[in-house]
Design a protein around this ligand. Structure first.
Ligand SMILES: *Cc1c(COP(=O)(O)O)cnc(C)c1O
Length: 374
């Protein structure tokens, strides 16, 4: 006995994972894992097989972003959250400006604001669903903002603000990287983690750093500032150049990351990957526009994220109830961000998600709501 409204098989997506992070892992990535057994998994990260894996990832990220001369890919353990703390130690000289228009931007702002060795951060805020951009300000040496605010589904342009001199632009691309196109020359640090558009697992961070960012990292390291070794970007830089990390990385995560990069590059690179996400999110926004009980949460179409679509539901449609029926049938993780507290669905449509499956998701929601509302 069940009170679940059964969805017709023909309507169900082939893969029902629509999480905003961790996100869908593709079959090809799991196959890559199996194939890396026994040569890579369970072997030393100081030896050729794992170092080669790190080298491949650094090289392929360089290709994906067509890196300008002098830019490098560095990595370390701890995910994007750890990177915020590392940035507070190794990138900010005296004072940072942050754009905080959601959970993640706010968290980085807090990290530099509370750091005892830094001045109070300048924090520009906007309500959830809206955005604010960085602007030149005296005494600021790092300008930080998220390319895509995953908690609200807002994506903003990545452009170096005018008049900031030799201050650095430090962009949180945790959910944008791999799913939204960008001109990397606008950034000094473009950092991310593998569990979103790269469809791998969490726990690592990657950063594309410019020559100016490298100079800043070197300069702060030489200045005598106390920096915990695990949070030192100088230590990460030196290790990355040797194709390794300070301490043991999750090798399986690296294997899955490489597999996803291979898939993206084989398909045509960033334009291909971003194109899939754009198609998927367009399906959702167009559906919301024509559906009486659904509305895009982000009012300004130009700010609507191509990788994380947030859709408000009419009060007559209980998001939790709708999601309960979906989850029981393998369609999972379209929950709204907890702290946003809205009657909403939030759909992660990273490149690994098949745009056709998004079409199916929409049909499943229509089917259920038609029956729930009667
Ligand atoms: C997920 C996310 C983070 C946090 O990443 P972790 O690797 O879990 O620390 C930070 N910023 C943005 C924009 C995110 O989407």
């Amino acid at each position: 006995m069940t009170d679940i409204i059964t969805l017709p098989d023909a309507l169900l997506p082939r893969d029902g994972r629509f999480g905003s992070g961790p996100s869908k892992v593709s079959d090809a990535q799991v196959k890559a894992l199996v194939e890396s057994q026994p040569g890579v998994l369970g072997t030393s990260h100081r030896q050729a097989p794992v170092k080669g894996l790190v080298r491949d990832i650094r090289t392929m990220l360089g290709e994906l972003y067509a890196l300008p001369e002098g830019h490098e890919v560095i990595l370390g353990n701890g995910g994007s959250t750890m990177f915020w703390d590392a940035a507070a130690f190794s990138l900010v000289q005296g004072r940072a400006q942050h754009c905080a228009f959601g959970e993640f931007g706010s968290k980085f702002a807090k990290a530099t604001d509370l750091a005892p060795h830094l001045g109070a951060s300048s924090i520009r805020t906007a309500p959830g669903g809206e955005a604010v951009l960085p602007e030149a300000e005296d005494g600021i040496d790092v300008y930080a903002w998220p390319h895509n605010e995953t908690s609200t589904g807002v994506a903003v342009p990545v452009l170096r603000p005018e008049g900031i001199g030799d201050a650095l632009t430090v962009v949180d691309a945790t959910s944008a990287a791999g799913g939204i196109e960008v001109d990397i020359a606008q950034t000094d640090v473009y950092y991310f983690a593998p569990q979103k558009s790269f469809a791998s697992d969490g726990g690592l961070w990657f950063a594309i750093v410019s020559p100016a960012a490298i100079a800043r990292i070197e300069e702060i390291a030489a200045s005598g500032r106390w920096i915990p070794e695990s949070l030192s970007l100088k230590v990460a830089l030196d290790n990355s150049r040797l194709e390794q990390t300070l301490n043991t990385p999750a090798v399986a995560t690296l294997v899955m990351m490489r597999a996803q990069l291979e898939w993206m590059l084989a398909g045509g690179g960033l334009a291909f990957a971003a194109g899939r996400s754009a198609r998927s999110s367009q399906t959702l926004y167009e559906w919301a526009a024509r559906t009486s009980w659904a509305t895009p949460f982000v009012a300004d179409p130009a700010l609507r994220s191509p990788v994380v679509a947030t859709i408000d539901l009419d009060p007559r449609v209980d998001s939790a109830e709708l999601r309960r029926h979906l989850r029981a049938q393998g369609v999972v993780d379209i929950d709204p961000y907890r702290k946003l507290g809205r009657n909403q669905v939030r759909v992660g449509v990273y490149p690994a998600v098949d745009p056709e499956d998004v079409g199916s998701l929409v049909q499943c929601m229509d089917y259920l709501v038609e029956r729930l509302l009667t």
